[in-house]
Design a protein around this ligand. Structure first.
Ligand code: ZN
Ligand code: ZN
Length: 257
């Protein structure tokens, strides 16, 4: 299985997951314009031939904003939860829509995509674990807290994309108004570097090959601080996965497991 984050952060997110050997591919979220998506896909060298589906994690603009236009341009089926669809499907415009319940496993070509309820201030947010050929990739961003359900699902994976949203000191001392600071910190907000590092301490294991720090705030975080928090969580283990810090501005390399 291979994967690439085309963009990550509050101005737009998009993750491509592909089965090696032509077994299809799937997108999770798109907050980019069509032209920006295609520019970055070309830059990253993504094969888009087997792409049929795009799955929406939740309805915030940085995840859903570019889904409708891209689905129409590339002829993709859009998948979102029933509850999210009731209140937010109209934002997609005319698309081929399929709904699911959190907890369902979706078949996407050769990739199976497990879904699980997240903790975030959206109608029905979900996190994901993609599996193919004995390999597994977890995607958990936009989380106020790492619940037992999320933690259990992220154990024992080959690759993990985990939110390192903010440095608490930068958030509290930064320019956000008080209510927004409270929202970001809350159980339905975003994971701080320390919270994500704490989760990572228990999720790191000898089989974890790729770790991506994702959804970093451009205002309230610094890639160096996020990396340092992750490194300190990994330090006691004797096992260190390959570490990538995802960016808002450019795609990651295509990572493989
Ligand atoms: Zn987001
Ligand atoms: Zn969100």
């Amino acid at each position: 299985m291979r994967f690439c984050l085309l963009a990550s952060g509050s101005k737009g997110n998009c993750v491509w997951i592909g089965a090696a050997g032509g077994g299809g591919s799937v997108l999770i979220d798109n907050g980019l314009s069509c032209s920006e998506f295609l520019k970055r896909a070309t830059l990253a060298g993504l094969p888009l031939g087997g792409l049929r589906d795009i799955v929406v994690s939740h309805e915030h603009s940085d995840h859903i904003g570019g889904v409708g236009p891209l689905a129409r341009k590339l002829g993709l089926t859009v998948h979102m939860t029933k509850i999210a669809a009731v209140s937010h499907a109209t934002r997609l415009g005319p698309v081929r829509l399929r709904t699911f319940e959190p907890g369902d496993t979706l078949g996407m070509g050769d990739i199976s995509l497990s879904t699980m309820t997240g903790s975030h201030d959206a109608a029905d947010p979900v996190a994901f674990v993609a599996r193919r050929g004995g390999k597994s990739l977890g995607l958990a961003t936009d989380l106020g807290v790492v619940t037992q359900l999320i933690r259990r699902n992220l154990e024992g994976l080959d690759a993990l994309i985990l939110e390192f949203n903010h440095d608490l000191g930068m958030l509290l001392g930064g320019p956000y108004p008080f209510f927004l600071k409270q929202r970001v910190r809350g159980r339905l907000g975003h994971l701080s570097n320390d919270e994500a590092a704490e989760a990572l301490r228990s999720l790191n294991h000898p089989g974890l090959r790729e770790l991506v720090l994702a959804h970093l705030s451009e205002t309230n975080n610094d890639p160096g601080l996020a990396r340092r928090a992750a490194e300190s969580a990994l330090a006691g283990h004797g096992h260190r996965p390959n570490l990538t810090v995802a960016s808002q501005a450019r795609p990651t390399a295509i990572l493989g497991i």
